[in-house]
Design a protein around this ligand. Structure first.
Ligand SMILES: Nc1nc2c(ncn2[C@@H]2O[C@H](COP(=O)(O)OP(=O)(O)OP(=O)(O)O)[C@@H](O)[C@H]2O)c(=O)[nH]1
Ligand SMILES: [Mg+2]
Length: 246
């Protein structure tokens, strides 16, 4: 892991801000206030349920939902903790394979504004049954508004990632040509790439994502290790928009 001195963080932040293709990660003032309102009360967020099988997926609460996916250890649970501004509502670990069920979290005071759904990772450390559970959820959940697919900036995309992008792409359009939910890419752990290489790394990942999933929304770049965390406001804004608050 790179050690990030404040000078290094400042340099990284400048790279992130200056690149046109990364500018989407910088605050969009016009829409931020609505997103800020949705996530204004971190203390009100609550764990709702865990589902290890299709049968145990909780009844819909009529709230819009977004789900996260990505290879094991991509930073899925950490990102959702950052989004709701809670340190450890979701369990994270340096060991891949920490999240093993679909975990539902309510945002906002009951009855709530929306649900965040944390999912187990896929790839070499994933399991077939987790993939089936994830697919079942996508195929049946009418409240699903957007899938967030995360890629570690340090590792780039591998064949599992490309396969997952292609797989989800097939579900993005219904037989009638409508889009029941959308797909948003997120590049995590930007702090693990040397600032001088970040633009090149992100440009390459962006092209690869588009090649496998042309309908995927262009990546939001994040780092939850930077202080303050980078790009999380943009993810909040994206969730609020997907769920109809903007
Ligand atoms: N350097 C750095 N580390 C991060 C970042 N985000 C998450 N991590 C670390 O990456 C590790 C994995 O994070 P998790 O959030 O548990 O990852 P996950 O994708 O939920 O993992 P599984 O549940 O096992 O699939 C933890 O040690 C986190 O602290 C980031 O932006 N930068
Ligand atoms: Mg996790």
């Amino acid at each position: 892991m790179l050690i990030h001195t404040s000078k290094c963080s400042a340099q990284l932040f400048n790279v992130l801000k200056s690149r046109p293709c990364l500018r989407s990660s910088v605050r969009a003032k016009s829409t931020l206030s609505a997103a800020e309102q949705v996530f204004a009360d971190p203390g009100a967020a609550e764990f709702v349920a865990a589902a290890g099988s299709l049968k145990s997926i909780p009844m819909s609460q009529g709230l819009p939902e977004v789900i996260v996916t990505g290879r094991a250890n991509a930073g899925k649970s950490t990102l959702f903790n950052a989004v709701i501004a809670r340190k450890a509502l979701l369990h994270t670990s340096s060991k891949a394979g920490r999240t093993r069920e679909l975990n539902f979290f309510r945002v906002g005071e009951a009855p709530g504004k929306l649900l965040l759904v944390d999912a187990p990772g896929y790839g070499a450390r994933g399991r077939k049954e987790w993939g089936e559970l994830f697919d079942n959820y996508l195929d049946t959940r009418e409240e699903l508004r957007r899938i967030y697919i995360l890629f570690n900036a340090k590792h780039g995309l591998n064949n599992f990632d490309r396969g997952m992008l292609e797989h989800i792409s097939q579900k993005l359009l219904s037989a009638r040509g409508t889009q029941p939910f959308t797909l948003q890419a997120v590049i995590t752990k930007a702090d693990l790439v040397p600032p001088g290489k970040l633009s090149e790394v992100i440009t390459k990942m962006r092209k690869e994502i588009f090649a496998s999933a042309p309908l995927c929304l262009p990546p939001i770049i994040t780092s939850c290790e930077m202080n303050p965390a980078f790009g999380v406001d943009k993810v909040r804004e994206s969730i609020a928009q997907a769920c109809g608050f903007i």
